[in-house]
Every structure is written in structure tokens, then in C-alpha cells.
Design a protein around this ligand. Structure first.
Ligand code: CDP
Length: 223
């Protein structure tokens, strides 16, 4: 096992971050933290509470009351918030869009970033998101910017949703993915960027295993 370094993986929607990051973490015996899931949970719980996703104060008060845990349940990594497993409920594209809307607020971001840093405190962590290498863990020993063409990413999301029993036309998904990317790249607070010291990895023609292996090899080099 390499030294318990911290690995930051950023990239646009459906670039394969989750699958690849999980495979890397498993292979290295590291923890995996899906920060997108945290934004998704805030969006879902805000909607349930009837809060507007533009109400920055209300959202930040809600976020302050949340306790996040990543736990292995029946072989799957689940996100449990205040004792409730929200893993399935957040995997709708509508919740992804909601996440992108709550993620524009500085107060929400700073509350989540504090928790994310605490989770990476002891090292041995793979964390993925949009601002991990740039803001959350700027000292990470290894930073990856995972990318893929928008067509490939839309197809991946389409397949993923079909497996979950949600059938949305591919063209609609493509439009939603592009729109969300644009919002994530153009926002003022911690936009999605490729930092100078990140390794760029295009996964369009790679399997998740191939992409994971490249990152694992880099992790051994850096450790
Ligand atoms: O799974 P997918 O790549 O579609 O998205 P996600 O990683 O679950 O993230 C959902 C949304 O949360 C993104 O579109 C971002 O707006 C936001 N997010 C963020 O702003 N910062 C992060 N570190 C992670 C997610």
C-alpha cells in the first residue's frame, strides 16, 4: 500500500469520477469521499423542506444541521445524512441540477468544504468533485482532472439512469449535462477548473478499470 496520500479527482458531470475514484480507493485501501453526493443531499433536503434553492441563508442553516457519514452497506458505499440513507434518492438528474444550483452559494460551499477537509485529515483518501484540487485539498499529493467528450458523458449518464429504471431521452440528458457543466464552470464561487498541477486524463476511450489503473500507478509514483 502506498503512503496514505490524498488524491483529488475533479471533472465535469459523468466524466467517470465516481466509478474510477471508487476503484482507485478500493485498490489502495483508501477511503472514498463523493463530495457531489453531499451537494445533492443538501439540494434534496432543501426541496423536501420547501426551501428555495436561491435562499442562501436558509440553505446554509440547513447545511449546518446536517451530519454526513459515508458507510459501507451491503457492499455498496452509502451516504447517510442525520441517520437517513439518501444514496438512492439523490441519484436523479433533477437532484443533480438542484445540487448545481445550491453549489453556487459561498455559505453552503464553505460549510461543506470544512467537513470535506476534516474527512481527509488523516490521509489515505480519494475525494472527487469540482473544486477538490483547487480549493478543498490544494496540497493533495496527486490531482487528476478527469474528462470525456460530452457525447460520451451523456451516453454514460443515459445508461446509468436506465439501470436505475429512469428512461429519459439521450438528447435531453445531453442538454442537461451541458447546461450543468456550463453553470459549474462559469459560477463565481469555486468554479470547475483544471489546476496547473493536475494530471489531465480523458476517459472517452478508456474503461473505468483502465482509467483507475493509470491513477493507481501515479499514486504509487507519488507516494
Ligand atoms: O455525478 P455527477 O458528476 O453528475 O455530479 P456530482 O459529482 O454528483 O455533483 C453534482 C453537482 O454538485 C455538480 O454539478 C456541482 O454543481 C456540485 N458540486 C460542486 O459544486 N462541488 C463539488 N466538489 C462537487 C459537486
Amino acid at each position: 500500500m502506498p503512503k496514505r496520500i490524498v488524491i483529488a479527482i475533479d471533472g465535469p458531470a459523468s466524466s467517470g469520477k465516481g466509478t474510477v475514484a471508487r476503484a482507485v480507493a478500493r485498490s489502495l485501501g483508501f477511503a472514498y469521499i463523493d463530495t457531489g453526493a453531499m451537494y445533492r443531499c443538501v439540494a434534496l433536503l432543501a426541496s423536501r423542506a420547501g426551501l428555495s434553492l436561491s435562499d442562501a441563508d436558509g440553505l446554509s442553516q440547513l447545511t449546518d444541521r446536517l451530519r454526513f457519514e459515508f458507510v459501507w452497506l451491503g457492499g455498496m458505499l452509502s451516504i447517510v445524512v442525520n441517520g437517513e440513507d439518501l444514496s438512492d434518492a439523490i441519484r436523479f438528474e433533477s437532484v443533480g441540477r438542484g445540487a448545481s444550483n445550491v453549489a453556487v452559494h459561498a455559505q453552503v460551499r464553505s460549510a461543506l468544504v470544512l467537513r470535506q477537509r476534516a474527512m481527509a485529515d488523516e490521509g489515505g483518501v480519494v475525494m472527487d468533485g469540482r473544486d477538490i484540487g483547487s480549493v478543498v485539498l490544494p496540497d493533495a499529493a496527486l490531482k487528476i482532472y478527469l474528462d470525456a467528450s460530452v457525447d460520451v458523458r451523456a451516453k454514460r449518464r443515459h445508461q446509468e439512469l436506465i439501470q436505475k429504471g429512469q428512461s429519459i431521452p439521450l438528447e435531453t440528458i445531453r442538454a442537461q449535462v451541458s447546461e450543468r457543466d456550463q453553470q459549474d464552470r462559469e459560477r463565481t464561487e469555486s468554479p470547475l477548473v483544471q489546476v496547473d498541477d493536475a494530471v489531465y486524463l480523458d476517459t472517452s476511450a478508456l474503461s473505468p478499470q483502465q482509467a483507475a489503473q493509470i491513477i493507481i500507478d501515479l499514486a504509487w509514483e507519488r507516494a
